[in-house]
Design a protein around this ligand. Structure first.
Ligand code: ADP
Length: 256
């Protein structure tokens, strides 16, 4: 190992220890950024932010900044991708090289392919895909700044962008992440909590039916903690849903 690499690893280790120390302060019941365990970061959602896309949305969620753009429905190409019964949702999640403090290697990686896949599946559960046989709906998400919970911010933005494009949908999808830090279930982790915590559980709901459209888990939770996380997540997603609807109302008017 070169000297440079050793110094680099040492710095990373020190950063991890530092992050661990900054985790939830159990006595004060407060977290690294002063939030309570069930408190979301500030969220701002704006629909219709891009001129050239059919639909778009920008979400600022704490220190996350995410842009979603939708094109379509249009004929799926190459033709072997076409489904004669329904449209396919082709989602591409991308994290910009400048979105994290250490430059991220540009281009697709295992993580972005996985997130694109789970997002496509979640969005297909709300779009009336049967109305557009042989078509493709392209959903492009660029993460401009990342501070954990980006797949949830991305899914939240993508569903507003789909609605902004006028694509018929059963409902929006609202998402947020939960996790376990210092033995306690908390909502909406920041990066330091995500790295130092015991579990990370991104979850997305279809608010009108209460169906879960995305659920992943990294780490360990007991059955009781899992139940607690699910119910905390459902409450939080309803708050996110209200903000999504506000963003669409602001753009198009109508009842809230
Ligand atoms: P999510 O962003 O949905 O929580 P992860 O749990 O995989 O997804 O990632 C948590 C955070 O770790 C990201 O939001 C980002 O801040 C950081 N991160 C992820 N991938 C990289 C990477 N390749 N380089 C640097 N930081 C990264």
């Amino acid at each position: 190992m070169t000297r440079e690499k050793r110094v680099d690893n040492k710095e990373k280790k020190e950063k991890r220890v530092d992050n661990k120390e900054k985790r939830v302060d159990m006595n004060k019941n407060k977290r690294i950024d002063g939030r309570g365990p069930e408190e979301l970061r500030p969220i701002h959602i704006k629909a219709g932010v891009l001129q050239r896309a059919d639909g778009s949305c920008q979400v600022e969620w704490g220190n996350n900044k995410v842009l979603a753009a939708v094109y379509g429905p249009r004929e799926a190409k190459p033709r072997h991708l076409q489904d004669t019964r329904k449209a396919i949702i082709q989602c591409r999640y991308n994290m910009a090289a400048f979105s994290v403090s250490d430059r991220k290697r540009p281009g697709p990686d295992r993580r972005s392919v996985e997130i694109s896949k789970v997002m496509s599946e979640a969005l297909a559960s709300v779009v009336f895909v049967e109305q557009f046989p042989r078509a493709s709906i392209g959903v492009y998400v660029e993460v401009l700044e990342a501070d954990a919970g980006t797949r949830c911010a991305a899914l939240t933005a993508a569903s507003v962008a789909l609605a902004d494009a006028g694509i018929p949908m059963r409902d929006l999808i609202a998402a947020c992440a939960l996790g376990k830090v210092n033995g306690k279930v908390v909502l909406d982790l920041v990066k330091e909590e995500d790295e130092g915590g015991e579990a990370d559980l991104p979850i997305a709901f279809i608010p009108s039916t209460g169906e879960v459209s995305l659920l992943q888990m990294d780490g360990h939770l007991t059955a009781k903690e899992f139940e607690q996380a699910l119910s905390m997540g459902e409450v939080a997603c309803k708050k996110v849903y209200a903000l999504q609807r506000d963003a669409l109302t602001q753009r198009y008017g109508g009842e809230k």
